[in-house]
Design a protein around this ligand. Structure first.
Ligand code: HEC
Ligand code: HEC
Length: 203
């Protein structure tokens, strides 16, 4: 009976390749210090703090490593710097796997912002050469884990707006190839508010 044993070995090798790097249960325990701001189950109550539930693990890890670098990094945030410093690489993997495993919640798009927000997200702005968000973040705002593109769907509009401002001023510059800075530079304040509100209700 050589064949079955061979198949079992191949099965376990494959399983180890596709399994998550982080441990979800350990991540849940380790996330106790995040709850105050990012909320129970990764749904923050205050809209300036991002929801983390359902975000891609790889993207969360990248951000936490960037926060750890503080002023030497490309996403310097005083609050998250202090917090990220206390995390080991293993903590980062576990916590990211945990938040990625949770369900998102979707908010509402303000009627006032729907038209501009939707047209920018889905069609961009030809006149100002603003690329459509849909090209990278996808039709439902789900992003692309392998390409390092975050999920936006349902995120608080206040937080989204602030990140667009940060890309525009290059306070946040961890976007590979200036993918987001090139876009945010060309956006008006009204476009940022509108697309942020559209994203809050997008799923
Ligand atoms: C005191 C409030 C506070 C606490 C506690 C906190 N965070 Fe944050 N977190 C923030 C704020 C504010 C931001 C937005 C930073 C910015 O604007 O760049 C943020 C952003 C993040 C982001 C980036 C999300 C994205 O979509 O890019 C991650 C990941 C994150 N926090 C993880 C954690 C983890 C893990 C913990 C616990 C170990 C934690 N945070 C604890 C306030 C907090
Ligand atoms: C060419 C691809 C591309 C396009 C087009 C694009 N994005 Fe992005 N976006 C990215 C990448 C990559 C990141 C992650 C950067 C990083 O690692 O910090 C990102 C990050 C973001 C973030 C930060 C999310 C968070 O959780 O902090 C926001 C907000 C965002 N994009 C909004 C938009 C909007 C709005 C548009 C359309 C006006 C848009 N993006 C178009 C590639 C793109």
């Amino acid at each position: 009976m050589k064949l079955p044993r061979f198949i079992i070995i191949v099965y376990f090798v494959c399983l180890s390749q596709i399994s998550f790097a982080g441990d979800i249960l350990k991540g849940k325990e380790k996330s106790a210090s995040c709850v105050a701001c990012h909320g129970a189950d990764g749904i923050s109550v205050n809209p300036v703090w991002p929801k983390l539930a359902g975000q891609h693990a790889k993207y969360l890890e990248t951000q936490l490593y960037e926060f750890q670098k503080g002023a030497d990094g490309l996403r310097n945030n005083a609050v998250m710097y202090g917090i990220a410093l206390t995390l080991t690489d293993e903590d980062i993997e576990d916590i990211s796997a945990y938040y990625a495993s949770l369900d998102k919640t979707i908010g509402l798009t303000d009627d006032e912002y729907l038209n501009i927000g939707q047209s920018l997200y889905r069609g961009g702005n030809m006149e100002y050469k603003i690329q459509a968000c849909i090209a990278c973040h996808g039709p439902n705002g789900q992003g692309n884990s392998l390409a390092g593109i975050p999920s936006l769907s349902g995120q608080h509009s206040e937080y989204i707006y602030q990140q667009l401002k940060n890309f525009q001023s290059s306070d946040r510059s961890n976007d590979y190839n200036k993918m987001m800075r090139n876009i945010a530079e060309r956006m008006s304040d009204e476009e940022m508010k509108s697309v942020a509100s559209y994203i809050e209700g997008l799923y």
